[in-house]
Design a protein around this ligand. Structure first.
Ligand code: HEM
Ligand code: SF4
Length: 576
């Protein structure tokens, strides 16, 4: 692609001109994702990777990190930061077998600095704190059990999500298969992963990336398959969404939603969270063509000059939704039909046992922050491993960071419940408020964190529970999400109360998302200390308890009471 070209259709700038972002050079020079990662791996003088390679290893599923709690101390001792990597697996739909579970449990125990398995908000697991000498072992351990981490980070299509719905088992199975097919179809075709991490032979090829191209995508790209009425995977946080349309329990096609995304930058009004637009309905057999056409349109038209405006959501607003959609139709060779009707009603998981239409039992475990670790008196990680030893179904990670023990027979049910209870995996006292609360990782591992999130959430929720009880609303809950920075990993900008880290102990407060996840909240107060935050929540909940209409949800109330204005079109309303 030429940097100086500005293609125009009806005066719309399709390709942004200017000096390309440095990541573009890095991607093109990488020789299809190889860079000099292999050389870096052999360099034991440092625990880290060169700046280019530390960007490149993301496409192989890893982030270079260090423990921020000890960074200053190491600096004093003139030591380099304690470099390590976080790995995120590719796990379309979040499904994993007991055998796979036991292998990842052992690896986490033996080779990660926290000994934990983190269930993420995008239905996969992360290992934190793996040192350089163990990175190959990690990939080879995963490969031996049929798991890879290709394209789970970086400028590519990432892990494909799929609604965790164990009840309608047949429909879920069909939707899940599409999630895996889309994931495979959009993967990088480069053999770099196999060569570098699995020591596979270097084969002379004239490699091309037919879908992603030699400079891959302008920015990360996220895809989901969602089964209404649940919007557990939060379509509006994702670039491309396939909304399952079924007839008598059988999947017949998808409505396609394009251009959602949550990341923004504090103080930069050209950045904003945005809902995805409904392009229309397609029959099942056109799914891969449409996925490819959306990805290649974004590949060619996405902003490669300014990474802050590079995501699909900005491309849509820059070129126009109709122009983007027409291009997708042209590339896929089909016309979208009118959208089929559907409704989202909720996003949470149903904690506890449910029985599926296949007569199997499914147990959803609430895992606070998705952090599976052996806590004193609560050996959660050991508990899941013990279940894996006797379980004949599978495990499903949900986009709410919970874990489903799926496909349990009647005869195994009591035993599995006993193991879960004995290890603190079932806590009957967990409130709906706690279930409806979520945080990203933030400190100590995330290099971008400005404030605590995961470590702050448990006490924050306890305080909010106290406020709800004080105002006679103990049975109610508010979708509450906290992130350590405005990047959106904990999806705070789809919450009824979204808190976004501004600095140590300081948060911006956003209000007005809804239960179904179809409304973006708006800024209410900036830079609040934890005490000021609690005072604000107390005041707002007090008003809600007195002024609410029948069963009115908190997010709907704050808009009706004009506490914040509704965000309808982000580019117009979010910052006004
Ligand atoms: C510019 C935007 C973003 C950047 C630079 C970014 C960067 C990061 C980094 C560095 C981590 C690692 C944290 C750790 O595990 O220590 C992370 C975690 C994660 N991010 Fe993002 N992120 C961005 C936006 C998003 C968005 C919009 C989503 C989802 C809608 C998302 C989903 C996740 C998930 C699922 C994790 C794993 C940990 C968790 O579940 O909280 N990210 N991100
Ligand atoms: S939202 Fe920010 S602080 Fe939280 S994990 Fe993502 S990048 Fe890190």
């Amino acid at each position: 692609m030429s940097t100086s070209t500005i293609e125009k259709t009806n005066k719309v700038e399709l390709i942004v001109s200017g000096k390309l972002a440095d990541n573009e050079r890095m991607k093109v020079e990488s020789n299809f994702l190889r860079g000099t990662i292999a050389e870096d791996l052999d360099d034991r003088m440092t625990g880290g990777f060169t700046p280019d390679n530390s960007q490149l290893i993301r496409v192989h599923g890893m982030y270079q990190q260090d423990d921020r709690d000890i960074r200053a101390e190491r600096q004093k001792q003139k030591l380099e930061p304690l470099h390590n990597v976080m790995l995120r697996a590719r796990m379309p739909g979040g499904i994993i077998t007991p055998t796979q579970w036991l292998a990842i449990d052992k690896f986490a125990q033996d080779n990660t600095s926290y000994g934990s398995i983190r269930l993420t908000t995008r239905q996969t697991f992360q290992f934190h704190g793996v040192l350089k000498p163990n990175i190959k072992l990690m990939h080879q351990t995963l490969n031996a059990i049929g798991i890879d981490s290709i394209a789970t980070a970086g400028d590519v299509n990432r892990n494909v999500l799929c609604t965790s719905n164990p009840i309608e088992s047949a429909l879920h199975q069909e939707a899940y298969l599409w999630a895996t097919k889309i994931s495979e179809h959009l993967l990088p075709k480069s053999r770099a992963y196999a060569e570098i991490w699995l020591d596979e032979e270097k084969v002379e090829t004239t490699e091309v990336e037919p879908i992603l191209g030699e400079s891959y995508l302008p920015r990360k790209f996220k895809t989901t398959v969602v089964i209404p009425p649940k919007n557990d995977i939060d379509v509006h946080a994702n670039d491309l969404n396939f909304v399952a349309i079924s007839d008598n329990g059988k999947l017949i096609g998808f409505n396609v939603l394009v251009g959602g995304g949550l990341a923004m930058t504090h103080g930069d009004k050209t950045t904003y969270p945005r809902r995805a637009d409904d392009f229309g309905y397609i029959p099942l057999d056109k799914t891969l063509e449409i996925a490819e056409a959306v990805v290649t349109t974004q590949r060619d038209w996405g902003n490669r000059v300014n990474r802050k405006n590079a995501k699909t959501k900005y491309t849509l607003d820059r070129v126009g939704i109709d122009v983007f959609k027409a291009e997708v139709e042209k590339r896929a060779g089909i016309k979208f039909e009118e959208s089929r009707s559907y409704e989202f009603t909720s996003r949470g998981d149903s904690i506890g046992w449910v029985k599926g239409v296949d007569d199997k039992h499914h147990l959803t475990l609430f895992i606070e922050n998705g952090r599976l670790l052996d806590y004193p008196n609560k050996p959660l990680k050991t508990g899941v491993a013990e279940i894996a030893k006797v379980h004949s179904g599978d495990f499903r990670m949900t986009a709410n960071q919970n874990l489903i023990i799926a496909g349990v027979s009647e005869q195994d049910k009591a035993n599995i419940e006993k193991i879960a209870r004995d290890h603190g995996l079932i806590d009957d006292g967990v409130s709906t408020q706690r279930q409806d609360s979520m945080a990203c990782v933030a400190f100590p591992t995330c290099p971008l964190a400005m404030a605590e999130a995961e470590r702050y959430l448990p006490s924050l929720v306890t305080s909010v529970e106290g406020i709800l009880t004080k105002h006679d609303l103990a049975d109610e809950s508010i979708i509450l999400r906290v992130t350590g920075c405005p990047n959106g990993c904990g999806r705070a900008l789809l919450a009824e109360i979204g808190l976004i880290g501004k600095g140590p102990g300081k948060y911006n407060m956003y209000l007005g998302g809804n239960k179904a996840g179809t409304r973006i909240p708006k800024i209410y107060q900036e830079n609040l200390s934890e005490d000021a935050l609690m005072a604000e929540i107390d005041n707002l909940v007090s008003r809600w308890s007195v002024e609410r209409n029948n069963n009115e949800a908190f997010g709907d109330f704050v808009i009706r009471a004009s506490i914040v204005a509704e965000v309808i079109v982000s580019v117009r309303d979010f910052h006004d």
